[in-house]
Design a protein around this ligand. Structure first.
Ligand SMILES: [Zn+2]
Length: 272
């Protein structure tokens, strides 16, 4: 990466860290921000520092195993969680973690209000689900759980902890975290004022296709692939010679095809 581009990322990382504090999404030394500088090089915030006090000269560079390669001081303790997500998602170049109050409240209550979509635009930006990963202290188990979830998602709640969001650059990661907090606030208000009503399932295919078309990264592409696979007609195995050939119309759903195959099997068993 050219030095001017790297300088831009350093300035943006500091601005992002300070924004976490300004928005009231962190307290004390909470929260951390990182950005990918190269194939095995990451820029990260220092440990034990208020996000209001992060400066460019305090940033550190680490490799993919978390070893410091530039800067003084120590990287934050949750670095292993960031590195696991980067390893699982080569398309991700920035990651933001904080404890935004509404999102963190949902992560602590176990209400799981963000498991299903209730605002169409948010499905395009973040997909149909913002999952909650079970509580685990920062370490290999937490890293593995986050990395596994990161394959299909761009933001998660971490139970009894906070929220993580990632993206192709720092702005995308930050805006995704902002959206998670906004959705959590809306969900909590809706729940308190009559109940949260979710989008109908029939609205999802078009929204997921829009998400994939917007080029929002591997999770968006995979969601569209899952959808296409679910909608693809499946060719049934050859029927017994004495059975009528089952006809499968183009676009027939997998569940219908499975039902057809089941009927075929039942008929073949009866005729034995
Ligand atoms: Zn944390």
């Amino acid at each position: 990466m050219s030095r001017p581009a790297e300088r831009g990322i350093r300035a943006q990382l500091v601005a992002t860290a300070q924004a976490l504090h300004q928005r009231g999404w962190v307290a004390n030394h909470d929260g951390n921000v990182s950005a990918r500088l190269g194939p095995d090089r990451f820029l990260v915030t220092p440990t034990a520092t208020s996000k209001a006090a992060v400066e460019e000269r305090g940033l550190l560079e680490v490799d993919g195993r978390g070893n410091r390669v530039a800067g003084s001081g120590r990287p934050f303790g949750e670095l292993g969680l960031h590195l696991a997500i980067y390893a699982a998602r080569p398309d991700v170049a920035a990651l933001v973690h904080a404890h935004p109050p509404h999102a963190t409240a949902l992560a602590c209550s176990g209400a799981r209000l963000l498991d299903r979509p209730f605002i169409a635009e948010a499905v395009v930006s973040l997909g149909p689900t913002i999952p909650t990963v079970p509580f685990a202290p920062p370490g290999p188990a937490a890293a593995e759980a986050l990395a596994h979830t990161a394959r299909d998602h761009d933001a998660v709640l971490a139970a009894n902890h906070g929220a993580f969001a990632w993206g192709a650059d720092l702005e995308m990661a930050y805006l995704r975290l902002e959206l998670v907090e906004h959705l959590a606030r809306i969900a909590a208000l809706a729940q308190a004022t009559g109940g949260l009503h979710y989008l109908p399932d029939s609205a999802l295919p078009a929204l997921l296709q829009s998400r994939a078309r917007a080029g929002l990264g591997a999770a968006a592409d995979r969601a569209a692939d899952h959808l296409a696979a679910a909608q693809k007609p499946v060719v049934a195995c050859a029927p017994a010679p004495h059975s009528p050939t089952p006809t499968i119309a183009p676009g027939q759903q997998r569940s219908e095809v499975a039902a057809l195959i089941r009927e075929e099997i039942v008929r073949a068993l009866r005729e034995r």
